[in-house]
Ligand binder design. Structure first.
Ligand SMILES: Cc1cc2nc3c(=O)[nH]c(=O)nc-3n(C[C@H](O)[C@H](O)[C@H](O)COP(=O)(O)O)c2cc1C
Length: 212
């Protein structure tokens, strides 16, 4: 073997060793994980359901359960908060969240768990029976407190998709829909659909399935 051949073969051997160690390296593992996660994220949404019913097995929860089943069947991740029984204080109306951009001054109630999940979620689903034409006090209290989350400097302008599930004894949802459109428009969130009515479980399941 002449000097040229020796150098060429040595260079090839070094390159082969380098390529093998690169393929097995933590760097490649991280790259692969990133690529796989990226693919996963493209087909999976994180969905937060805020259930404002007082009854875990009532009409509204039946829509929530069907929606959840549909959404999970597509590989979406779903978290539900059944607000009744959680400790969520009223908004104090102090405007400190607007003034400081540091979130709500009330730092210890269960709304703080919900704040974290609002940030986590891609899609926020509001679920409620109709009480006197609109949402229950449970859900309205959470929506009021969302003001603190939206006014947090890191979350202002966070775009979310949203949906509404509601049941009522009658079929006039006009006031609730107005309210839903008022705050989602203010937040510039995109409505993915509404399911309004007791027993509309198939519609709720289809709405869940449509989330990709
Ligand atoms: C305090 C209260 C107020 C209600 N107000 C209305 C109303 O304004 N319009 C209506 O159609 N139904 C009204 N209902 C009926 C509920 O919306 C309906 O029974 C709903 O499906 C219950 O949902 P749930 O099974 O999740 O509790 C009211 C019920 C209660 C307890």
């Amino acid at each position: 073997m002449d000097r040229r051949d020796f150098i060429k073969k040595s260079a090839m051997a070094v390159a082969a060793v380098a390529a093998t160690s690169l393929l097995n390296s933590p760097v490649m593992a991280a790259v692969n994980e990133y690529i796989n996660n990226d693919n996963t994220n493209k087909t999976m949404k994180k969905i937060l359901i805020l259930n404002g019913s007082s009854r875990r097995n009532g009409y509204t929860s039946a829509l929530v359960d069907a929606f959840t089943e549909g959404a999970k069947s597509n590989g979406n991740e779903v978290k539900e908060h059944f607000i009744h029984g959680m400790k969520v204080n009223y908004c104090l109306g102090c405007d400190m969240c607007m003034k400081t951009q540091k979130g709500c001054v009330q730092k210890t109630d269960d709304m703080n768990t919900i704040y974290g999940d609002l940030t986590w979620a891609d899609v926020i689903v509001f679920a409620s029976p109709e009480y006197w034409g609109t949402f229950t006090a449970e859900l309205k209290t959470v929506i009021d407190r969302m003001f603190g989350w939206f006014n947090l400097d890191t979350n202002g302008g966070a775009r979310k998709d949203t949906a509404l599930l509601m049941t009522a004894r009658g079929n006039d949802y006009s006031m609730a829909l107005d309210q839903y459109h008022i705050f989602t428009k203010y937040l510039e969130w995109k409505d993915l659909g509404t399911v309004l009515g007791r027993g509309k479980v198939d519609e709720a399941r289809r709405l869940g399935e449509s989330i990709k």
